[in-house]
Design a protein around this ligand. Sequence first.
Ligand code: GDP
Ligand code: GDP
Length: 438
Amino acid sequence: MNKPVIAVVGRPNVGKSTLFNKLIGQRLSIVDDTPGVTRDRIYGEVEWCGKTAFIVDTGGIEPKSDDIILVQMRRQAQLAIDTANVIILVTDCKSGMVATDMDVAQMLQKSGKPVVLCVNKCDTLGEPSPEFYEFYNLGLGDPIEVSAVHGYGTGDLLDKAFSSFDYDENAEDDDTIINVAVIGKPNAGKSSLVNKITNEERCIVSDIAGTTRDTIDTLVENKYGKFNFTDTAGLRRQSKIYDNIEKYSIIRAKMAIERSDVCVIMIDATEGVTEQDTKVAGLAHEAGRACIIAVNKWDAVEKNDKTMQEFRKKLDADFAFMSYAPKVFISAKTGMRIDRLFEYIISCNDSANRRIRTGMLNELLAQATTRVQPPSDKGKRLKIFYMTQASVKPPTFVFFCNNAQLFHFSYQRYLENRIREAFALEGTPIKIVVRERG
Ligand code: GDP
Ligand code: GDP
C-alpha cells in the first residue's frame, strides 16, 4: 500500500467529518449499510485524478474527553504531524478565525509538514465574505474556500494536497506488499523485532518515497515476500502533548491497525499477559484484521518442557475472543522463530483474502443445518435460505433467512466454526451478516 496519508485537523464543529465523508465518497455496499459501520468511520481512501491517498479524520480518533479544546487540538495536530504526508487544517468561515486556529497553525508550521488551509462553510459562490481574508493571517499561504456540505472547492483542496508531496506511482501498484502492524505495549520489543528483521543480511530494506524522517514504515523484502512493517513504538519523547502516554499509544496503535493487512500483537513473555495486551488485541480484532500473537523475549524465560504449553493455555484463556489467531514464541534478540512468524504472516493474509465460491458455501450450509437443526422459538423455526461471501478482509458472509431474531449468536458461532474448519481460515476474524427475506 504505502499510500500517502492526508490528515484532517481542526476545531470541533468546523465540518471535518462532513468534509471527510465528502472526500471519501460514500460507496455503500451490502455489508456497509449495517448501522454503525460507516458512521464511525475515520479512515478512508480518497481518489483524485487517478491517484489515491489514505485520509484520516483526526477529530474522530480521540475518545470523547473533557479536555479543553486547545489540548485536544494540539494532540490531534501532533498525531497528524507524526503520521501524515500532508495536513488539511479546516477552519470555519462562519465563526471566523479564532485563537485556537492560530495556535494550531503555528504548531503545524513549525513542523515543516505541508499544510493546506481549508476555510469551510463558504456556501455561496462568488465573492468570498470579508471573514475569509482573515485566514491569510495564519501564515499558511492561500486559504481555499470550501463548502463541505455542497462539495464546492473540494477539487482545489485535493489538487493542492496531492501536489504537496512526491507521489510514488510505483509504490501504489504493488499490491504484493503485505502491510504488517506491530502492536503491543511499550517495551514489548516491537522496535527490536523490526530492527532484527531489517538487520538480516538477506533482507532488502528501503526508505519509502514521500515519507519524512519521522517515518514509521519499513519496507522489507526477503525470501518470504515483500512487507511493510509499521512500528508503533518510538513515542517516548517527553512532551506535554504526550501527557497521557497510554491513551496516545492506543491512538497510534489504532492508526497502524487501520493501515495494516496483518497485525502482530506482541507480548512480553517475561511479564505475562496484561490488560493492555488484551486491549490492544481487541482493537485489531474489532477492526477485522488478521492477527498473530507473538510472545517475545522467549529467550529470557526460564523454561522446562511444560512451560510453552502452560503459557499457551494462558493465552487461549486471555485471548478467547480471538481464538483464530496463531501463537508463536519468538525472540527479537536472538531471531528465534522469526521465520515462523513470516510464515504465519503469509498464511493469515491469505486467509483474510480468501474468496469462497457460493456453491461450496451453500453445500456446506446444507450439511451443517442437517447435522444441527437451526433453532426455533414458539413453534417458529429459523430457515436459512442461502449464504454468500460479500467481501474479504475480513471474510464476510451474508446469510439470508426468514427471521433474524431466531438466528441466535450460538448458531452463528456454530456455522462460523464449520466455515473455518472447511476452508482453513486460520488467523482472520470472520464477519457474519444476517439478512431477512420474507
Ligand atoms: P466536525 O466536528 O469538525 O467533524 O464537524 P461536523 O462535520 O460534524 O460539522 C459540524 C456542523 O457544521 C454540522 O452541523 C454540519 O452540518 C455543519 N457543516 C459542515 N460543513 C458545512 C458547510 O460546508 N456549510 C455549512 N453551512 N455547514 C456545514
Ligand atoms: P518497544 O517499546 O516495544 O519497541 O520495545 P523495544 O524494542 O524498545 O524493547 C524493549 C526492551 O526489551 C529493550 O531493552 C530490548 O533490548 C529488550 N528486548 C526486546 N526483545 C527482546 C528479546 O527477544 N529478548 C530479550 N531478552 N530482550 C528483548
